[in-house]
Design a binder for this molecule. Sequence first.
Ligand SMILES: Nc1ncnc2c1ncn2[C@@H]1O[C@H](COP(=O)(O)OP(=O)(O)OP(=O)(O)O)[C@@H](O)[C@H]1O
Length: 345
Amino acid sequence: MSLLQLHGISKKFPQTKQFAVKDIHMEIEEGSVQAIVGENGSGKTTLLKLIAGLEHPDKGEIVFSGQTIVNGKSALPANQREVGVIFQEYALFPQMTLLENVREALHQESRNARQIAMDSLALAGLEDSFSAYPHQLSSGQRQRAALARALASRPKLLLLDDPFRSLDTRFKNEISEDIRDIVKATGITAIVASHHAKDALSLADSIAILHKGILQQVGTPVEIYKKPANAYVANFFGKRNELLATPTEDGFYAGFGFIPHPDSASYTDKVKILFRSEDAKIKKSTEQPLSGIVTRVLFYGDHQIVKLEDDEGKQISIKAAPGRNFEMGARMFFTIDKFEIETAF
Ligand SMILES: Nc1ncnc2c1ncn2[C@@H]1O[C@H](COP(=O)(O)OP(=O)(O)OP(=O)(O)O)[C@@H](O)[C@H]1O
């Protein structure tokens, strides 16, 4: 069942030329983690603010938990939406302990406010640090404290604006797992905005890609990665290799050699062959129609990236097993197992 539906949401700020977000249609499943990814300025924060009620759309309708909360001029005030927000600017109060910070967010003096606050800290894995002050915490713990604060009022929906910003990889992974665990344990639905595509892949049940305020694709991480709707989406999840190639009867000629293809004869002009580093394989056999010279090898622990160059200095990257040795300057033969053909460029 969907918790949130956006129907044709658009927002343009005064004195700006472009829409911050334009004609957004989306449905977000209850209990899921929805990522919204895009470059800086793509409209992620604006979209979260529209959902939270901190901005009002020029057009469109928002349905939350079966109730229309935004429609034309009428909108449910932010404090009446069961939405918890963690925006960059919502920093913790430095002079308050974590417990006080979380209690403050509850806006109530009820007897069990302390217990609710402690439960929220426990959910975020901070029960032992309740008396600490924000400056005594690591950046990852501060992010978790912000999470505890947003959880205190038990929202149905949690909005997180770039929770990974300024965190190193270790904390990023921790926070990512925490968010998933909390969502799955409490049934809360979460929307996480991030400008980092890879962070979203492991975290989210569904990913939405925004570019210049326009939704490019919504799908599961596997769908987005394996079946990108357009070149923008494909490149957002890791730059692909690009080869300019000439069609022949049974394949394409590129600088590295010949790429067999059954339908190549249907192309008249040059094409671009696009493939990811993991979709090509370096072969032991020299009986391959594609080859290049090793110019660089980058070791990443669980894999290596080998850079090969053709006679004209064009470079491509191929993923290889970690244990294999590559000699600089050696000619390596390879196959491209999966690729896309682009014609309009
Ligand atoms: N209050 C505002 N007034 C005018 N323009 C705004 C305002 N807020 C956002 N914008 C513009 O709307 C567009 C989308 O901005 P937004 O902050 O939503 O993007 P973002 O994807 O969250 O970016 P970032 O990753 O840098 O936070 C940008 O062009 C931005 O300059």
